[in-house]
Design a protein around this ligand. Sequence first.
Ligand code: UDP
Ligand code: MG
Length: 317
Amino acid sequence: MKPVLYIVIPCYNEEEVLPITAPLFLDKIKELVSLDKIDDKSRVMFVNDGSKDKTWEIIKDLASKEEHFVGITQSRNRGHQNAVLAGLMEAKELCDITISIDCDGQDDINAMNEMVDAYADGCEVVYGVRSKRDTDTFFKRFTAESFYKLLNSMGAEVVYNHADYRLVSSRVLNEFANYKEVNIFLRGMFPLVGFKSTSVYYERNERIAGESHYPLSKMLSLAFDGITSLSVKPIRMITGFGVFVAFVSLVLLVYSIVQHILGNTNDGWSSIMVAICFLGGVQLISIGVIGEYVGKTYMETKARPRYIISERTYDEK
Ligand code: UDP
Ligand code: MG
């Protein structure tokens, strides 16, 4: 039996891009159907992430004209990760496999053929990995690659150069639904679920239209969220650093006592100032990092809904 595929596409203020890329996704579905790889009940599912422009109107219009298009909308903007999650959780009841992809045409949709083939070969998760980033500016490439290195060095294991272009079977999504955390970082969480997985490689293109929603500031906060929601390594590093500082202080203590006995205790003003300032800074940073975790714990204990779907272009089952 052929699998039903849902392509899940988060959209935030994409009125310029959607009319261009939507037909491309539709063609891909039709191509895969005609190649006998997927069932004709397959759909392109747009998740409107509380856009402020005409995105939702465009989605509704697409859905009314073509049965392969469906859409859901979040009650307000919740960010990319939550939009993808909403789409995946909605789609898992309706299909056998999902592929999440951005709507801006940057990720090569032709990699989907290989993803679906990998599923047919028994893989439940297929990561889309960018083979090169020639079209990105040096700055974007450098910051993006540092992002993956930073995440991995901080104990948040992610697939290198994999964003959120990924095939996931509904079987895996049903298990994934048990990961109830509110702070979600999908690309770091799917590897935790396990199951047989593989990667397919593709070249990343330039955005077809509109602008990136991920400037450096958002990328840094995503990296920080990724690290703090997946690992406690920063806390451990602070502890390690504390041990190191304590050891250095001990050596200094012995040194001061020796100096005192030798009668050399004069001006030590500068060294005291340096030590006080340095330790003050280190302590503030450390409290800040620990505070992040406390804050996350606070958010998690509230267990607020991770997404709220306010409208669908179809009737809820
Ligand atoms: N997106 C979203 N909610 C947001 C920001 C972005 O759903 O708050 C969507 C956006 O429409 C796009 C995808 O997430 O489909 C990736 O965003 P973008 O292309 O701006 O990021 P980049 O590719 O530059 O990292
Ligand atoms: Mg993009």
